[in-house]
Write a protein that binds this ligand. Structure first.
Ligand code: NAD
Length: 251
């Protein structure tokens, strides 16, 4: 492990345009469960597809049955050492941006400037209408659900309300994906932190870097499909490993 940490520190030390792709695994140490690991959300409740959410009341009920408690956990969560380690890289002027699949806002809470964070799958800090697209307060929507509303509708147009996050079958916003590709095409080091790399299009982004022979570091508890192509692979907790790597960097 020590050798892998050293190799990772060496690569980071010599890079000035680092891009990180983060997934649910970077936030498990903040108390938010991931979707696929042991004890994960989908082991208990299968994911709701966007088309079903729009057309089936029982799908919306199932969505809110799991989402409401997940959003509560997300709201109470604080950034962990892995989020802060990325802020440290940004302060050293070597982090170009973080592309995240997370909707928890913890990168920004840790202190990353919002313009450096690309939220590919949206944010659970807001509610969004599936018909008119308007955003509204998530705490207000949660209050409606907590007081017994089972199928909340938009006050403006009557459309169904959900968190401003992407469900399966829903398009990743074009602007976010374009920005993510742009920085992945321009980086000189790509980090994957806490992602199973099973969700497209996020999982295609490290491949853009690999095509240009850019080094890849993967820090993820479980193996991923890109482990064999990576320069450094560390199957340990991000919140323990990233701060250690940062400590190895020269000031
Ligand atoms: P995933 O659940 O598919 O995979 C998470 C990966 O992180 C797993 O491979 C696991 O081994 C690893 N992991 C868990 N704890 C770790 C730790 N402490 N350190 C390092 N690795 C760790 O997550 P994904 O790839 O991000 O994709 C699934 C979807 O889940 C995404 O679309 C995302 O929107 C959503 N999601 C987000 C949150 C959040 O915002 N915090 C939480 C759950 C799910």
């Amino acid at each position: 492990l020590q050798e892998q940490l050293y190799d990772a520190a060496e690569l980071i030390q010599h890079s000035r345009q680092i891009v990180a792709l983060t997934g649910a695994g970077i936030s498990t140490e903040s108390g938010i469960p991931d979707f696929r690991g042991p004890g994960s959300i989908w082991q208990q409740h299968p994911p709701v597809r966007y088309r079903d959410f729009l057309h089936k009341p029982e799908a919306r009920q199932s969505y809110w049955a799991t989402r409401n408690s997940l959003i509560k956990q997300v709201t109470a969560a604080r950034p962990n050492a892995a989020h802060y380690a990325l802020v440290e890289l940004e302060r050293r002027h070597s982090l170009q941006g973080v592309i995240t699949q997370n909707f928890d806002g913890l990168h920004q809470d840790a202190g990353l400037p919002p313009e450096r964070v690309i939220e590919l799958h949206g944010t659970s800090r807001f509610a969004a209408c599936t018909l008119c697209g308007s955003r509204s307060s998530m705490p207000a929507l949660q209050q409606r659900i907590n007081s017994g509303e089972v199928d909340p509708r938009c006050h403006l147009c009557g459309g169904y309300l959900k968190a401003a996050t992407i469900l399966f079958g829903q398009r990743v916003p074009d602007a976010e994906l374009a920005r993510a590709k742009e920085i992945a095409e321009a980086c000189d080091l790509f980090l994957v932190i806490g992602s199973s790399l099973k969700v497209t299009p996020a999982s295609t982004l490290p491949r853009l870097a690999l095509k240009r022979n850019i080094p890849l570091i993967i820090i993820n508890l479980q193996p991923t499909s890109l482990d064999a192509s990576a320069d450094v692979v560390i199957h340990e907790k991000a919140g323990e490993i990233l701060p250690e790597i940062i400590c190895m960097l020269n000031t």
